[in-house]
Design a protein around this ligand. Structure first.
Ligand SMILES: [Zn+2]
Length: 432
């Protein structure tokens, strides 16, 4: 008898308590086809606690403080952050490790309505991370993306990166604390970054690239050792791939494929224009090539040129995938190309590992030609492979003996043989 009562009480607690069974019907704010925010009923499929916004795929943490400061003595221990273990680094960078967030809801006919500004924002952000996760489940093609579980999202984080001022209006993946951060927004009047699923897809793509191509390193070795083009190419490649996956994630939503997804969130028209992955005239020019080959690390990461070279990567992928109608094949080939320990078709990770401790070796090995050849090697469909080779070689002005890089007998990109005329209007530059 008493046991029955106790069970009944438990059932009642489960119904009223903070752990409703997934999926949870909830209202969120998402961009529509026009790019404007609209309210929409969605389902959170993985959340186990909708109050603290935690589940097996995504975990929110609130009130964190992240400080990277070269003058902080604790961050100089062991010779600096690059020599610390993940735990040590987390300890010295997370000045406040935060705690649970708390969502507030009003229930109407079985649907939870956020009751305040932060809950609207958090729920929408959570949904975007869930959807990005499901996109990567698909493109991992049968390989469990366990490295994405759970994605730790530091919500409304106070983030200072080598600066006295806190970041605003941003969403980032920080490899050195293996966390996503959503910073407070202030000046942007458009769709906040974390409510823009393309932006969230872009950040999750950084996590994937970091894990697969950079061995999950908090501070990747190559970025500390390489300089000039090898360094610049690694940064731009990461950004370009992230933009392409960000675009790809938008394709699964009501607002449909959004090659210019950044335009929903930022008003700087020049940036929006060149970051649009469908920019037909995304081409290397002489000035950009000079900067790409000669800019030092600091100059490159603080310049739009890093994203401009990235946009050549994203546009090459976009046009190859869309013109062939083989978008999904391309997405899956990319993920395979990140990490492949086979002797016949080694991946980007293997290329990096072979030269990451030697700046000279990095300069000769980690070239756009070699990386594009790796991507091409992982594309099985012949039509798609041709288009990948064609778009990359013309947009990035790859050096492969002949131009475009696709005539028989070209040795520098063995996976890009024989095809015909160029597929875009990028003019041929003189080789330096
Ligand atoms: Zn990025």
């Amino acid at each position: 008898m008493s046991r029955l009562i106790a069970l009944g009480l438990l059932a009642l607690m489960a119904a009223c308590g903070p752990n409703p069974k997934a999926p949870v019907k909830v209202m969120a704010m998402l961009p529509s086809v026009t790019g404007a925010l609209t309210t929409k009923e969605i389902e959170l499929t993985s959340v186990t606690n909708v109050t603290t916004l935690k589940g097996p795929w995504v975990e929110f943490v609130g009130s964190t403080r992240v400080v990277v400061d070269p003058n902080d003595p604790t961050q100089q221990l062991n010779g600096g952050l690059q020599n610390m273990s993940d735990d040590q680094r987390y300890e010295v960078i997370m000045k406040d490790k935060g705690g649970d967030v708390r969502g507030h809801y009003v229930e109407r006919s079985g649907v939870l309505w956020p009751a305040d500004f932060h809950t609207w924002n958090m729920v929408s952000t959570y949904y975007n991370f869930e959807r990005a996760y499901l996109y990567f489940v698909d493109v991992y093609a049968g390989v469990d993306p366990k490295e994405l579980r759970p994605m730790r999202v530091q919500y409304w984080a106070d983030v200072k990166l080598n600066s006295a001022t806190s970041l605003l209006d941003n969403a980032l993946y920080l490899s050195f604390v293996k966390s996503f951060v959503v910073t407070p927004f202030q000046t942007q009047q458009l769709v906040p970054f974390s409510m823009n699923i393309g932006v969230v897809g872009h950040e999750v793509a950084h996590r994937v690239f970091n894990f697969k191509a950079l061995r999950d390193a908090g501070v990747p070795t190559a970025l500390g050792v390489w300089s000039l083009q090898a360094f610049n190419w690694l940064k731009s490649l990461d950004e370009g791939l992230a933009d392409y996956h960000g675009f790809s994630v938008t394709c699964g939503e009501d607002a449909q494929c959004r090659p210019g997804f950044l335009g929903d969130s930022i008003s700087d028209e020049r940036t929006v224009a060149f970051r649009n992955v469908a920019k037909a005239d995304a081409c290397m020019d002489n000035d950009l090539r000079t900067a790409f080959q000669n800019a030092d690390q600091t100059a490159w990461v603080s310049s739009p040129n890093m994203y401009k070279v990235g946009s050549l990567v994203a546009a090459s992928l976009y046009f190859a995938g869309e013109k062939s109608g083989k978008r999904q094949d391309l997405q899956r080939a990319l993920i395979k190309a990140y990490d492949d320990d086979s002797a016949m078709t080694p991946g980007i990770r293997q290329l990096i590992e072979n030269s990451e401790t030697d700046a000279k070796l990095g300069a000769t090995k980690f070239t756009p030609e070699n990386v594009v050849d790796i991507i091409a090697a992982h594309v099985t469909d012949p039509e798609l492979k041709k288009r990948v080779c064609n778009e990359f070689s013309t947009r990035l002005q790859l050096r492969c003996g002949q131009w475009p890089c696709m005539i028989d007998g070209v040795a520098s990109m063995p996976h890009c043989p024989g095809t015909s005329a160029r597929e875009n209007t990028c003019p041929k530059l003189d080789q330096p």
